[in-house]
Structure formats: C-alpha cells, structure tokens
Design a protein around this ligand. Structure first.
Ligand code: NAP
Length: 242
C-alpha cells in the first residue's frame, strides 16, 4: 500500500507533531481538525513548503458522516489510508459527582467513539490489501485511575481494550493495532490545570520536565514501522508511572 496517513486532531499539540514527522518521513498526510482551521491550514502551508504531501480536512471524529467524508476526501486526493493515528481527544477536570451526562457522553464519543468511527472508515481497503496500521493515543490514565478525570480515564482505558481486541482480530488480516500512552505532555490540553498545579506536577516528574509532542510523535513513528509489533501499549511518560 502507498504510505498514506490520517492523523486525527492534528491542527496542534501532539497530533500536529505526529502529522509533521510522518509527512517529513514520506507519508502523504491528511491533517484533521475540528475548530482551529487557521492552525491546520498554516501547518499544511509550512509542510508543503518543505516539499511534503499534505492536506487538511475539518471533521468531528464523533460524527460518522463527517468521518466518512474525510476518508473519502483523503482517498480521492492521496489514496487509501495505510496508517491511521487516532489522536483526537478532549479532557475535562471535574469531581465525579459533578459530571453531567452531556459531558460524559461527549468525552466518550470523541475519545472512544472517534477511534471506532475512524478505524471502521479506513478498515475496508486495509483488509483488501492485507496490510495496514492503526496507532491509538491513550494515556497513562488509561491504565491508572485519575482523580477528577473519571470520564477521560474511562475513555482511555477503553481505548487500550479496543487496541488489544482489534489487534487480536486483525493480525491474521495483516493489520497491526497498537497504542501510545503519553504521560504529561506540554500542550494546550494541560493548561487547564493552572500554573501552580503544573509546577507541582513538574517537580514530581523524574526528569523534572514534561514530555514534548515530538517525543510522542517519535514513538508513533516507531510503532508505524515496527512490522512485528501489535497489540502493545507504549508508555511515553519520562518514568512518571511504573
Ligand atoms: P490538544 O492540544 O488539546 O489538541 C487536541 C486536538 O484534537 C486538536 O487538534 C483539536 O482540534 C482536536 N480535536 C478535539 N476534538 C475533536 C473532534 N471532536 N474531532 C476532531 N478533532 C478534535 O491535545 P493534545 O494534548 O495534543 O492531546 C492529543 C491526544 O493525546 C489526546 O487524545 C489526549 O487525550 C492525548 N494525551 C495528551 C496528554 C497531554 O498531557 N497533553 C497526555 C496523555 C494523552 P482543534 O484544534 O480544531 O480544536
């Protein structure tokens, strides 16, 4: 199969770093965004200036029709998707008793539903080609409990279950499914914690610093090219959780 990658939620943060690294490594890449059109278009502009083949597409990964349209656009312009990175995600810090049903459903439908919709939308051509790779972005809170993040943590636990189940089912079809579990990575997502909590957290890190989106991206690239690895969770947290 041609090297065509779809990276969800790649207008900024970890997704933007993954899309950029893959594009520079020769993948033709679809950059997906929800709201930040300017950031996505600026990334497309810079990568094209470097000679990369990229396009961007707005789609809410929790909406199947929008996901299908994005995959159709990618197939028409770049070819069938050979690498899907399910990165789009949202978080909200709240006490368990304060989470309303709308917030709960939104977090589950973007973080977990997005993986389901996007994986189903690209799987047909992968099955036909007997080849393909999916990398899901979970979190260290996908294997450990996180106070005030029960919806987020539930979605990230489920992503690990989905990864392992799909890996078992799809290995005979030549398709690999793996997962990256980042620790605390310096992006917009963690800014909601506030400067004091962030500083306290930084001091608890063994390396006394947060991870960078580029460090997560290199782990995704590794899994994208590691032909004999499937069903695994690669933790990228600077030794924060053992
Ligand atoms: P971020 O800076 O908040 O960026 C989120 C990205 O997801 C943006 O590109 C955003 O698009 C996109 N997005 C949000 N909702 C979407 C939807 N419904 N459909 C399509 N795209 C959507 O987040 P990040 O820190 O880079 O996190 C990326 C992934 O890593 C997430 O799955 C997150 O849970 C996971 N993670 C992050 C950390 C961390 O410490 N940062 C740790 C562990 C795991 P717009 O720009 O258009 O809004």
């Amino acid at each position: 199969m041609k090297k065509v990658a779809l990276v969800t939620g790649s207008s900024r943060g970890i997704g933007a770093a993954i899309a950029s690294l893959l594009a520079r490594e020769g993948w033709a890449v679809c950059i997906n965004y929800l709201q930040q059109r300017e950031k996505a278009e600026a990334l497309v502009f810079h990568l094209r200036e470097e000679g990369c083949t990229v396009l961007c597409h707005q789609a809410d990964v929790s909406d199947r029709a929008q996901v299908d349209a994005m995959v159709r656009h990618t197939e028409e312009e770049l070819g069938h998707v050979s690498l899907l990175v399910n990165n789009a995600g949202i978080a909200k810090q709240q006490l368990f008793q304060d989470i309303d049903a709308e917030t709960w459903n939104r977090i589950l439908s973007v973080n977990l539903g997005g993986c389901f919709h996007c994986s189903q939308a690209v799987i047909g051509p992968m099955l036909k080609a007997h080849s393909g790779c999916i990398v899901n972005i979970s979190s260290i809170w996908g294997s450990h409990g996180a106070s005030c993040e029960s919806a987020y943590s539930s979605s990230k636990h489920a992503i690990i279950g989905l990864t392992r189940s799909m890996a078992a089912e799809l290995a005979p079809s030549g398709i690999r499914v793996n997962c990256v579990a980042p620790g605390v990575i310096d992006t917009d997502m963690i800014q909601a914690l506030g400067p004091d909590t962030l500083e306290q957290l930084r001091l608890e890190m063994p390396f006394k610093r947060f991870g960078t989106p580029e460090e997560v991206a290199r782990s995704v690239l590794h899994l994208a090219t590691a032909d004999y690895i499937t069903g695994q969770v690669l933790t990228v947290d600077g030794g924060f959780i053992f």
